[in-house]
Design a protein around this ligand. Sequence first.
Ligand code: AMP
Ligand code: MG
Length: 350
Amino acid sequence: METKHIKIKDLISQASDMEDAADLIRSGEVVAFPTETVYGLGADGLNEEAVKKIFQAKGRPQDNPLILHVDSLEMLKRLIVEIPKDAYLCMDKFWPGPLTILFKRTHIVPGIITAGLDTVAIRMPSHPIALELIKKSNTPIAAPSANTSGRPSPTRASHVIQDMDGKIAMIIDGGETGVGLESTVLDLTEDVPMILRPGGVTLEDLREFLPQVIIDPGLLEGTGDHVTPKSPGQKYRHYAPKALMILFSGDGDKVVGEILERARKDEAEGKKVGLLVTEENQHRYPEKNIVVMGSSMDKNTIAHGLFDAIRKLDEMDVDIILCESVEEDQIGMAIMNRLFKAAGGNRIYL
Ligand code: AMP
Ligand code: MG
């Protein structure tokens, strides 16, 4: 399939380009578009055949449900049974924005969206292009990240092109995404609110409004076979580079020492070693095949560039990536969740 490419700089003068994109959504095609988290792979969320094309383009397992994106409360209300009180609080504070909320669904929502669950995950994005696309399409848009399943999520149109060119109808280039990591997924369908995936809205942000909020225990214990996470997506290897990756955590000096030691050993065995490190420690490593994720004092910047950094290491064709950790407070929790998954659970505590 020939993929149309458009670049949107100004929504007003380019209204007809956005109309073309919405026409494609309405006619059951797949369009990649920027959001404030990462690029999304969008299709009409009420059209089962259109949603199937998302799964095909990504190679995504059918038991991993999708998030629906809405532009208004009216659109939301058609999809769900009720809006719990806590949801009003969160929507008031964090919508539009990087918070996905689980609701009890109505029968309008096709089973393919929810992998047969009786809940549906919904968010209202704040990116102007995303909002305009939903509005013009006049339907909730199902949109997982626009990467091949398992690969790092795209934060630039060039990443989407790498994974999706020739597989979907259109790619909208709207520049780099903001947060750089996916939305926080929050379950409000049970007695206690639970974070199923850490993301752009942090635990600390949520606690101000929902002091009782907890984290899915499956998230903290990792993804061993004995744990069944509530969010089906959490059980898969994700965000992953082609190379083997190892994450080092703990005392800063020990981490640097261990990475240097491990790099020496692997290089002696003829492997090409890549390093993913913080700005503070950069000078302590050799300059070869090194990507700096940013300063540990500025974790929002790390989040913004993290997936691009992982893709860069892939482009260097390294065999193994040795990676530093950051503190798990604030957005650091989402950063460490993505790094842990990218490393397929390979984490060494020092
Ligand atoms: P992605 O589409 O890649 O941003 O991933 C969406 C995330 O939301 C995955 O981890 C899904 O498993 C999760 N999710 C979507 N819908 C539901 C649901 N109804 N119940 C639990 N988790 C969900
Ligand atoms: Mg994804």
